[in-house]
Design a protein around this ligand. Structure first.
Ligand SMILES: NC(=O)c1ccc[n+]([C@@H]2O[C@H](COP(=O)([O-])OP(=O)(O)OC[C@H]3O[C@@H](n4cnc5c(N)ncnc54)[C@H](O)[C@@H]3O)[C@@H](O)[C@H]2O)c1
Length: 317
């Protein structure tokens, strides 16, 4: 068996940074690519290529040159930025995905693709706990593109034999990278401000409940799903995975218990409507059954980890 070469597209982003660090820690061969250089100091030693995933020819050359066997497509326009520029978001999210799927279908070297979907595939008509199967009627540009992306992945799996694997991520919360323009970004920003100024102005309302996931659990989910035997995977589209769910009010309360005098004010903006269209939680029994999904970090632990990490980061600046 040839040694795996992990190729991350969109490696300088919030998730890409963490996935790259994790693969590096595991001693895997990793190649990074993005339209901007990675910022994390530990990633400077890894091979990096400037690559626009919308450029099919450049993508083919880059993946062949690297000998990529596992491709992680993380370049995307996220929910908040996508609403402001629908054509750019659709083009990046769809062209990028089709380019990677087409490359994989024609390649004898690429053996697996990971492509993340999102809770944004659900819409206002979805029950509060989103089921794995059932109608999806997203109302955001981002959600429409993720929904179409899920169906494209299913099509390439069924008709072109591409082993593409996917989960529906909730909001991701980590401390080694910064978020890239999503609706759940408040749940990272709040920790930075809690340590820096002791106060936070939240762009969602106090009671807007959303599903969330600690970043290490998100990265583990990628490793676990990629390692699962194909025969065990029964979901045709993307797996629901759930970590925890909370409102800004509940998160602020948990922070206030650890940061004396912490205050929060709520000034909901356009992102409130996006959040309101998403479910509170995801039913993830299929992921648990098929490939052993089990998140390790809940809200209390998350608050402890994030406050500690952001305090250290502040003391180093
Ligand atoms: N972060 C979350 O909370 C979350 C939740 C659900 C799903 N996801 C999904 O996970 C994936 C990664 O998200 P993220 O939070 O790391 O996003 P991000 O915005 O932080 O990172 C995306 C990266 O893609 C790069 N990029 C943009 N245009 C590109 C192009 N044309 N070619 C190559 N690279 C390009 C950006 O420079 C950026 O570094 C996305 O598919 C996103 O939809 C993220």
């Amino acid at each position: 068996m040839t040694e795996a070469v992990h190729y991350i597209i969109g490696a300088s982003g919030q998730l890409g940074t963490e996935l790259a660090l994790s693969l590096q820690m595991r001693g895997e061969r990793v190649v990074l690519s993005d339209v901007r250089r990675p910022e994390h100091a530990d990633l400077q030693v890894l091979p990096f290529e400037m690559l626009d995933v919308r450029d099919r020819q450049a993508l083919d050359v880059a993946l062949e040159k690297a000998g990529a066997t596992k491709v992680y497509l993380l370049a995307a326009a996220l929910s908040a930025r996508g609403e402001g520029d629908p054509e750019w978001a659709w083009d990046l999210n769809m062209r990028g995905l089709l380019n990677v799927l087409e490359h994989a279908a024609a390649s004898e070297v690429v053996d697996q693709i990971f492509w993340p979907s999102s809770i944004a595939v659900f819409g206002p008509e979805t029950p509060a706990v989103a089921p794995q199967k059932g109608e999806r009627k997203p109302t955001t540009v981002y959600g429409i593109s993720k929904n179409a992306g899920e169906q494209w992945c299913a099509w390439y799996r069924a008709h072109r034999g591409v082993d593409v694997r996917s989960v529906r991520f909730p909001g991701l919360i980590g401390h080694r990278s910064v978020p890239g323009g999503g609706t759940t970004d408040y749940a990272v920003d709040i920790f930075i401000e809690a340590n820096a100024t002791g106060a936070y102005t939240c762009f969602l309302s106090e009671h807007q409940r959303l599903p969330m996931l600690y970043m290490d659990d998100a990265v583990d989910s990628i490793h676990e799903l990629m390692a699962a035997p194909a025969a065990d995977l029964t979901v045709e589209t993307s797996y629901n995975i759930h970590g925890m769910d909370f409102t800004p009010g509940e998160l602020a309360q948990a922070i206030a218990e650890r940061v004396e005098g912490f205050t929060i004010v709520y000034k909901p903006d356009f992102r409130e409507a996006i959040a309101a269209s998403w479910p509170d939680a995801l039913a993830d029994a299929d992921a648990r059954k098929d490939w052993g999904w089990a998140p390790k970090v809940g809200m209390d632990e998350l608050v402890k980890i994030m406050l500690e990490a952001k305090k250290m980061a502040l003391s180093e600046t």
